[in-house]
Design a protein around this ligand. Structure first.
Ligand SMILES: Nc1nc2c(ncn2[C@@H]2O[C@H](COP(=O)(O)OP(=O)(O)OP(=O)(O)O)[C@@H](O)[C@H]2O)c(=O)[nH]1
Ligand SMILES: [Zn+2]
Length: 355
């Protein structure tokens, strides 16, 4: 535990009571200070103490401890910062166990934590050509797996002929259980629409495709000006302007984490976890006539009449991906034990040869 925690200052960068509770058994040293990770670079991290930023390095013991769990420090983490006096190096020495984290699988199937300790995820999607309900299902599942509340933000409402129809389409698709709003990220008054989620001490993360308008929204809410990319005329595909995740302070007192667009988002979930996050489907499934109903063309299906076809497609696709991933892990283990068995017999043969 820390000697002192300046809750007032640290609240400005998102400290919550829930996080303080996580610090109970933390192995800190006298003089350690609580700070938040606001940027992560290859050789250093950028920390914030509520008043100002500091450059720090990750203490090797912490780096190794995280590595053992297949983790690294991410934006949003809280750490005990050690040293830094009289020109000495500052170290991120201990990590406060995160209250939640968003995790995906990378191209090699390995878990990758994106951000931690967030209250709300703004799922940003252009109301025009970027609009895609199946992709939205993936993002919704990602944040629900982390038990983070989603808000769907349809950007570029000014470029869309009927933004209200888009809002309705999202409502219908999600059974009206997700907050959704349409706005123009270039218009100052749009910040008001997000007011309910921007209270002091709140941490938000922006997720969505490249070019969806995440950095534009970050600029609007933080009053800053980070680079936003021009979108090629005629389409709305972005140019990947944002290259790293970073935490910004909003004028309202909330914190906002901007992220680069995620191409081909893969979830880190098994079939049972997917059933939990698609609870609009799993709630109805026990009422189907057949216990093993796939909600495809079976008679007496209780899901199909209520859940939109597109949402069911998302569910099936993600279930198949989870099965494939579990199969890959199983195959890998099988292969490994075969190799081990072979290695052993090779050693036996070698020993036999040696006599
Ligand atoms: N007209 C209009 N243009 C917008 C809106 N939001 C974003 N843009 C424009 O869309 C382009 C892309 O916006 P960005 O904010 O850079 O998109 P991003 O999601 O941060 O993209 P990455 O950083 O690549 O992930 C920029 O030229 C913005 O000015 C909006 O609501 N209305
Ligand atoms: Zn069914």
């Amino acid at each position: 535990m820390f000697d002192t925690i300046d809750f007032h200052a640290l609240r400005r960068i998102g400290l919550t009571q829930g996080l303080v509770a996580q610090m109970f058994n933390l192995q800190t040293e006298p003089g350690d200070r609580l700070m938040r990770v606001i940027e992560v670079h290859r050789d250093r991290v950028q920390l914030h103490d509520g008043d100002r930023e500091h450059v720090a390095q990750v203490w090797p013991t912490l780096r190794m401890a995280l590595q053992m769990q297949g983790e690294v420090l991410v934006v949003g983490d809280w750490v005990a910062a050690r040293g830094g006096e009289a020109g000495e190096a500052l170290w991120a020495a201990v990590r406060v166990p995160p209250v939640n984290h968003l995790v995906r699988r990378n191209g090699s199937g390995l878990r990758q934590t994106l951000v931690s300790n967030v209250d709300t995820a703004l799922l940003v999607m252009g109301a025009g050509q970027d609009f895609n309900l199946r992709r939205l299902d993936r993002y919704l599942a990602l944040v629900r797996l982390a038990q983070v509340a989603p808000v769907v933000v349809l950007s570029k409402a000014d470029l869309c002929t009927d933004p209200r129809a888009r809002v309705e389409a999202v409502r219908h698709h999600t059974g009206g259980r997700v907050d959704v709003l349409a706005l123009n990220g270039l218009d100052r008054s749009s910040a008001d629409a997000l007011g309910p989620w921007l209270g002091e001490g709140q941490t938000l993360v922006l997720l969505g495709s490249s070019g969806a308008g995440k950095s534009t929204l970050t600029n609007l809410l933080s009053g800053a000006s980070q680079d936003t990319g021009g979108v090629r005329r005629g389409d709305e595909h972005g140019r990947h302007t944002t290259t790293a995740r970073s935490l910004h302070r909003c004028i309202s007192g909330a914190c906002i984490i901007d992220t680069p667009g995620l191409r081909g988002l893969q979830l880190d979930a098994d079939e049972a976890q997917l059933d939990e996050v698609f609870d609009d489907i799993s709630r109805l499934a026990p009422m189907c006539r057949f216990r093993d109903c796939q909600h495809e063309d079976e008679p007496g299906c209780a899901v199909r009449p209520i859940v939109p076809a597109g949402r069911l497609l998302s569910y099936h696709k993600l279930q198949r991906e989870a099965q494939r991933h579990e199969q890959t892990i199983f195959d890998r283990h099988k292969l490994l034990s075969e190799w081990k068995a072979r290695g052993k017999s090779a050693r036996v043969v070698a020993r036999l040869k040696r006599g």
